[in-house]
Design a protein around this ligand. Structure first.
Ligand code: C2E
Ligand code: MG
Ligand code: MG
Ligand code: MG
Length: 288
């Protein structure tokens, strides 16, 4: 009986795996198609807010895929497929180009772009970035590349070398989703990083008295001791923003302020009179 159950489970598992593989395969094909067109993929920009002034000081580029049949497909569903199939190279270049086109028109604002491990491992990646900066006219110092801890984990020679090349050119490096990987603080010492982004899993638990406050406090203190800036991501409530301010977080990002918006909208936010904090009307909630 246990055996039969086991077999059933195995069958169910296998069917599930087949479905997953099928889905991967479908996504790969559809993504390949989308990358060859100009009407499905786009880039939105989520405001980065200075904690003390609450002004919009920059934005993070986030890719969006609107499929004619399946509708909006979340990056969480296709970035990993893009990575495992190599399509991330083309996709990443598309996002970088869009981000730098915006960056060129808003000097002084930081534009952050997510970079996949596969991109960073490519010895030609720095030259691609420098070329795009050159062609768009964006200043290197306004560009920030967001990498994840997993990149650092493989401790690859080329990745480290590429990071140094970016640093030398004045490009900023941010460590994304900080605290979710096997965060070893020694990585922060060994690799050239300018900023850490505290993952939203910590931020979402911030409430007075919660252990996450103590953890976040320790992270911020350590980061500042190492002269790194700290951004908190996924800020959804005023209470979280207040606690993060008290802990000395430099920059905030989250739906409390705005979800990602178009290049035109973020430009309007940057250029608003005295670059004021977002008005209620400007705050964009994510689609349900
Ligand atoms: P990430 O880099 O950590 O980006 C932040 C994600 O959190 C975004 O999801 C953003 O929409 C979401 N977010 C922002 N504020 C809030 C909030 O207050 N509450 C909640 N619940 N979520 C919030 P998104 O756009 O779905 O992207 C998910 C992940 O996909 C990103 O995480 C990033 O790792 C990856 N990604 C997105 N665009 C790109 C890209 O162009 N290239 C690469 N390599 N990865 C990308
Ligand atoms: Mg990011
Ligand atoms: Mg993140
Ligand atoms: Mg995250």
């Amino acid at each position: 009986e246990a055996k039969a159950g086991g077999r059933n489970r195995a069958v169910v598992y296998e069917e599930h795996m087949n479905e997953l593989l099928q889905l991967q395969h479908t996504i790969e094909g559809e993504l390949r198609e989308a990358l060859g067109r100009d009407d499905q993929l786009s880039v939105v920009f989520q405001p980065l807010i200075d904690q003390s002034s609450r002004k919009v000081i920059g934005a993070e580029a986030l890719v969006r895929w609107h499929h004619p049949k399946y509708g909006q497909i979340a990056p969480g569903r296709f970035i990993s497929v893009a990575e495992s199939t190599g399509l991330i190279e083309v996709l990443g270049e598309f996002v970088l180009r869009r981000a730098c086109q915006l960056g060129a028109t808003v000097p002084g604002r930081t534009i952050a772009v997510n970079v996949s491990p596969m991109q960073l491992r490519n010895p030609r990646f720095p030259n691609l970035v420098f070329d795009i900066l050159h062609h768009t006219g964006m200043r290197a110092v306004d560009l920030e590349l967001e990498i994840t801890e997993s990149i650092l984990l493989d401790e690859e020679h080329i990745s480290a070398q590429n990071l140094r090349a970016f640093r030398t050119a004045g490009i900023q490096i941010a460590l994304d989703d900080f605290g979710t990987g096997y965060s070893s603080l020694s990585y922060l010492k060994r690799y050239p990083v300018d900023r850490i982004k505290i993952d939203r899993s910590f931020v979402s638990q911030l409430a007075d008295g919660h252990v996450s406050v103590a953890i976040t406090d320790a992270i911020v203190t350590l980061a500042h001791a190492m002269e790194l800036e700290v951004t908190a991501e996924g800020v959804e409530t005023e209470e979280q923003a207040t606690i993060l301010g008290r802990l000395g977080c430099n920059t905030l990002q989250g739906f409390l302020f705005s979800a990602g918006v178009s290049a035109d909208e973020i430009t309007a936010m940057f250029k608003a009179p005295d670059n004021a904090a977002l008005t209620r009307r400007q705050r964009r909630r994510p689609p349900p």
